[in-house]
Design a protein around this ligand. Structure first.
Ligand code: HAX
Length: 435
């Protein structure tokens, strides 16, 4: 497989670099840790390593050193499409180079071969209560596939440590291939007629997803799906879904166990669930204020939300300190394709008004929009209007980033994670000693 051979060729050099850091420079100090960081959710403690993506607080995400606009311009596209192959993005994340069209298509072909979801998974999903949250269904489906893990099987047969990454790559390909099928199945099971059409080997990941979802404008939605999955794929290693996947994977749990854990983290309102909450907030504004409001009305509505003790979803970020380039990319897409849509106009006005309100309130370190401030609006336009499904879409995209990371974590022999905890008294003693 193309990805296997490319990783294999790079591996000796990466292993040398990692070995040199671990053996020769292990005592070099990276940073200090403050009491504020220890009691404050470990913000900014530099303690994870990944070469797949990096979030610059003042600039946003770069995938393998490339900004979002650079990625969207450089990756090859299916004929007639506006957005690149998702397979090309997966290649970039795993290999660290922009693929040719043929290479991106080779990844797409691998996915098409592996997309079939075993019938028992669908049967299990169908047996769940009708009001089960779609994220629960997605996480369950991923866990149910664990039975097929090649890594788990080969590990128990005694595979050598150096080769762990190879069945992990197989698991990563098998899992990412099935995610859009499972997601579309969940959508149709919960909100439509149930069942999905078979994966079409002639179509790419994005087009297949649009077809399986059964939306009206398949071509437009295929481009949105490509954009959405690419933008949501990776956001360095410290965010909850990536970190939970990595943490669980560090026990040598396989890709399925690890990603199911990551999805459970993504389901939280402070993380992936914010996209459904954000659109809910926009629609609330629209309904209560009778359409696109005046700036003054919106200003007051935002303050009412804050005074009600709630956060404004889609705004703020733990690392970023500027508007999220993933927000900007989606807003540009919406403005280019359907600028007159009322929710797009409203989201744009919110972008104008809410940062000022958050600044006045003075609490949020970053008053700018994050990825979730607009993503639901785009789905809504294409007729995917079931809010609680939106985090599932995020999950499909996030699968790409965390799986690429898991493959490299195995390839470089990243160890079991085990940070140290202190008691409150110990912290107080440290403070007293510092004077
Ligand atoms: N509205 C109101 N208050 C906000 C706020 C917002 N959008 N963003 C931050 N604040 C508040 C925090 O609640 C916190 O208040 P307290 O001191 O009373 O606890 C204070 O400002 C400082 O927070 P911070 O340091 O700026 O932000 P954190 O790193 O703690 O949290 C969050 C980052 C993204 C969780 C936060 O900004 C938030 O809750 N935003 C709204 C929810 C959201 O959009 N989540 C999605 C984030 C992107 C993502 O991961 N997607 O998956």
């Amino acid at each position: 497989m193309i990805l296997h051979d490319k990783i294999s060729a790079q591996l000796p050099a990466w292993r040398e670099r990692m070995k040199s850091l671990a053996k020769e420079h292990a005592d070099v100090v990276v940073d200090q840790v403050t009491v504020g960081q220890v009691v404050g959710g470990m913000r900014d403690i530099k303690s994870l390593v990944t070469d797949i993506s990096y979030v610059d607080p003042a600039e946003g995400i770069r995938f393998r050193g490339m900004s979002i606009p650079e990625v969207l311009a450089a990756l090859p596209k299916p004929d007639g499409a506006e957005m690149p192959y998702v397979g090309g993005l997966f290649y970039l994340l795993l290999i660290g180079a922009v693929p040719t069209k043929r290479q991106a298509e080779a990844v797409e072909k691998e996915w098409a071969k592996r997309a079939k979801v075993p019938a028992y998974v669908f049967k299990m999903l169908k047996a769940m209560p009708k009001d089960t949250h779609p994220m629960t269904l997605l996480s369950q489906a991923v866990l149910a596939l664990q039975n097929d893990s090649l890594f788990a099987k080969q590990y128990h047969e005694g595979i050598k440590k150096d080769a762990y990454w190879e069945p992990t790559l197989e698991d990563a390909m098998n899992l990412t291939a099935k995610l859009p099928v499972i997601a579309a199945f969940i959508y149709r099971l919960k909100y439509k007629d149930g069942g999905v059409p078979k994966y079409d080997r002639k179509l790419d990941y994005g087009a297949n997803f649009a077809r399986m979802m059964g939306v009206e404008d398949e071509k437009g939605y295929a481009d949105l799906a490509r954009l959405y999955f690419i933008l949501h794929s990776d956001h360095e290693s410290g965010n909850v879904s990536a970190h939970a996947t990595h943490l669980v994977g560090s026990t040598l749990s396989d890709a399925y166990y690890a990603f199911s854990a990551g999805l459970n983290g993504l389901a939280g309102p402070l993380h992936g669930l914010a996209n459904q909450e954000c659109l809910g907030w926009l629609i609330d504004v629209h309904k209560k204020l009778g359409g696109v409001p005046s700036r003054e009305q919106l200003y007051q509505f935002a303050w009412d939300t804050l005074n009600g003790g709630k956060v404004i979803p889609g705004y703020g970020h733990a690392v970023l300190r500027v508007p999220d380039p993933r927000f900007t990319a989606q807003m540009s897409y919406a403005k280019a394709h359907f600028p007159q849509d009322e929710l797009v106009r409203l989201a744009d006005m919110v972008f104008d008004v809410v940062p000022a309100v958050l600044k006045e309130q003075g609490k949020a370190k970053n008053p700018a929009p994050n990825v979730d401030a607009i993503s639901g609006t785009l789905q809504y336009y294409y007729g995917v209007r079931e809010f609680d499904f939106y985090t599932v879409l995020f999950g499909v995209g996030r699968g790409l980033g965390v799986m690429a990371n898991l493959v490299w974590a195995r390839a470089l022999g990243q160890p079991l994670e085990r940070p140290k905890s202190l008691s409150t008294k110990m912290l107080e003693d440290i403070v007293a000693k510092a004077g």
